[in-house]
Design a protein around this ligand. Structure first.
Ligand code: ADP
Ligand code: MG
Ligand code: ZN
Length: 611
């Protein structure tokens, strides 16, 4: 319920309760007989009254037949005197039991005070609710200027360099910082200027936060962390005051580390004008610069900032004396991946002898965070199977799950569709296996995963940073392998190949327009693709070529695709028997692993071609 609706609700509840109480009172008084004073007097004289109780000016009488009667007397006069004035004799009066009740008793409260009080109470409660809401807002507004920095408990959950695998150069760079924090005198005596700002560059999940934390852990100093986006609020000026507060807090705790995550949120080049007026961001950035400049030579606070968009940072941030140390964190290579996997399996029960090298090999392009997630997935999968120990199987399955999405075994497919999928995937795998320099096939499966009906997993033996034209041609042919296989086998094609075709076309276009790999158009790039800074995605493509060139580009793209189509057709026609064998095995077993696949192809003596 919304707070306002809630208030109304309570007001109504209170009203209902109060009226119920009043209704009860009204009901009681009805049964009482109203008498004048002289009538009462005559009843007493007649001996019909048993008891009288006086409360203030009202008199209640209980008659012999147990009915009740009520009357009023004048204010000043006493009761007995009044009754005597009405001619009640002394003896008669003595026979009546008289009790005087205190006027400040519950009755006066209920009859006079409460009716006055209740509306006031209701108003009060109502106002209190309103006020409380308003106050919440006010409090928030007052705390705007405070930074909400988090101080991690650096004594208890201490992170050290041992928790960070790989990143050798980055660690070497940061060891000096640790040394300074531990032992500043050594540096100051030599007149050295201490680094104030360190900028960690790297793709998401490469361990920037982890490494910053490890520096604090190694030096045993407090670690204050804040995300730059938290500086920036709705109101101009808040970011600057939060920055001031953050630095003041850290200086008080010095030696200390301030970690500013995602600094590109405020540190973007000023005056680019994108995204409207960004006064707030500029002011915050200026304040950060002012704070950095304001450090004394012996201020023992080190600011570590992290970003994955170094290209968009304002040059003023990177000047000497500010964030002048730049540490680059790369995606882990195969050895680092192995180490990261080992770190993240420390706290998990694993079957001894797991081949981490093999897992590292299958996880090219994974970041540290992806690998941590992978081990977690493996643990979850093991738990789901009600097993106590994680085996290699679970880790490998998790790799596929992370890459391709979860298996969808429940999707029932008809025998015909299964056959088509088997020939389709078999086509991909066989083309890949028959081309010179193609990456080995690690797994073929016709179990649908995520959106794919089946998949052929091929992975490089080692990390690759460069890719040649020949490798791209292999890729194109392999991408078309599924389509061609369906066509050759069934004389028809299905929608199952649509994603392959889309990817192949996109790749062919890149070869022509980006990599200069078309022979006809030569080493020229076409179209200026700008990334929109805020979204980090390709947004606009400036067309800087003529219609004539556009037609030639289309022609070249189509030539690449047709070349790939021919290569795939050549391979699959020449090895029809092998394709059938793969498809049959797939229909029977649903998945084929690398070793099995190689064994299966041996008798066919596949001729290796170049695409
Ligand atoms: P970033 O800040 O660069 O986005 P994080 O430091 O938050 O990445 O990393 C996320 C998680 O990934 C870490 O908590 C850690 O579990 C894991 N991780 C990343 N890189 C490494 C590494 N080099 N060694 C060990 N674990 C890593
Ligand atoms: Mg981070
Ligand atoms: Zn396919």
């Amino acid at each position: 319920m919304k707070p306002f609706a809630k208030n109304i609700f309570w007001a109504v509840v209170i009203l209902v309760v109060v009226s119920a109480i009043f209704a009860e009172f009204a009901g009681n008084t009805e049964k009482i007989q109203k008498l004048t004073l002289s009538e009462l007097s005559s009843k007493i004289e007649a001996g019909e009254v048993k008891k009288i109780s006086v409360s203030g000016n009202s008199i209640e009488a209980v008659l012999k037949d147990d009915t009740k009667a009520e009357t009023q007397k004048e204010g000043e006069a006493g009761l007995t005197q009044t009754l005597k004035n009405f001619g009640v004799s002394d003896e008669r009066l003595r026979a009546v039991e008289i009790s005087i009740m205190d006027e400040s008793g519950s009755k006066i409260f209920l009859t006079t005070v409460l009716p006055l009080l209740i509306p006031i109470l209701i108003m009060g409660v109502f106002l209190w609710f309103l006020f409380r809401q308003a106050k919440g807002g006010v409090n928030q507004a007052f705390s705007f200027g405070k930074s909400n920095m988090k101080l991690s408990n650096f004594k208890k959950d201490k992170t050290t360099f041992a928790d960070v695998a790989g990143l050798k150069e980055a660690k070497e760079e940061l060891i000096e910082v640790v040394d300074f924090l531990k032992n500043p005198k050594k540096f100051l005596d030599l007149g050295a200027r201490i680094p104030r700002g360190i900028l960690l560059f790297g793709p998401p999940g490469t361990g920037k936060t982890l490494l910053a934390r490890a520096v604090a852990g190694e030096a045993s100093v407090p670690f204050f962390s804040i995300s730059a986006s938290e500086f920036v609020e709705m109101f101009v000026g808040v970011g600057a005051s939060r920055t001031r507060d953050a630095f003041a807090v850290a200086k008080k705790a010095s030696p200390a580390i301030i970690f500013i995550d995602e600094i590109d949120a405020v540190g973007r080049q000023r005056g680019t004008g994108m995204g409207g007026g960004n006064d707030e961001r500029e002011q915050t950035l200026n304040q950060i610069l002012v704070e950095l400049d304001g450090f004394d030579r012996d201020t023992q606070v080190i600011v570590i900032a992290a970003t994955n968009r170094p290209d968009v940072l304002d040059p003023a941030l990177l000047r000497p004396g500010r964030f002048d140390r730049h540490v680059i964190l790369d995606l882990p290579d195969i050895n680092d991946r192995e180490d990261i996997l080992k770190i993240h399996s420390k706290d998990k029960p694993l079957v001894p002898g797991i081949d981490f090298k093999k897992i590292a090999q299958r996880t090219a392009g994974f970041s540290g965070a992806d690998l941590a997630n992978l081990m977690n997935e493996a643990a979850l999968m093991t738990a789901r199977k009600n097993k106590k120990i994680i085996e290699e199987r679970e880790i490998l399955d998790s790799v596929e799950k992370v890459i391709l999405g979860p298996e969808r075994k429940s999707r029932t497919i008809s025998a015909k569709e299964k056959e088509i999928t088997a020939y389709h995937e078999g086509g991909h795998a066989l083309v890949s296996a028959s081309l010179e320099g193609s990456d080995p096939v690690h797994k073929i499966s016709i179990i649908s995963r995520g959106l794919a009906g089946g998949y052929t997993l091929k992975l490089p033996d080692e990390d690759r940073h460069l890719k040649s034209r020949a490798q791209f041609l292999n890729d194109l042919a392999m991408m078309l392998g599924g389509f061609v296989s369906e066509k050759l086998t069934f004389g028809d094609v299905t929608t199952g190949a649509s994603n392959d075709l889309k990817e192949a076309t996109a790749l062919a276009r890149k070869l022509v327009t980006k990599y200069g790999m078309s022979e006809k158009l030569g080493p020229v790039t076409f179209g200026n693709t700008e990334e929109m800074i805020f979204l980090g995605r390709e947004m606009t493509t400036e067309k800087n070529y003529s219609e004539e060139i556009a037609r030639q580009i289309d022609g070249e793209v189509s030539k690449f695709i047709h070349g790939a189509y021919e290569t795939a057709t050549k391979v699959l026609t020449a090895n029809k028997k092998a394709l059938e064998k793969i498809a049959e095995t797939l229909i029977e077993k649903e998945t084929i692993e690398k070793e099995e696949f190689e064994e299966l192809l041996k008798p066919f003596k596949i001729k290796i071609l170049t695409a």
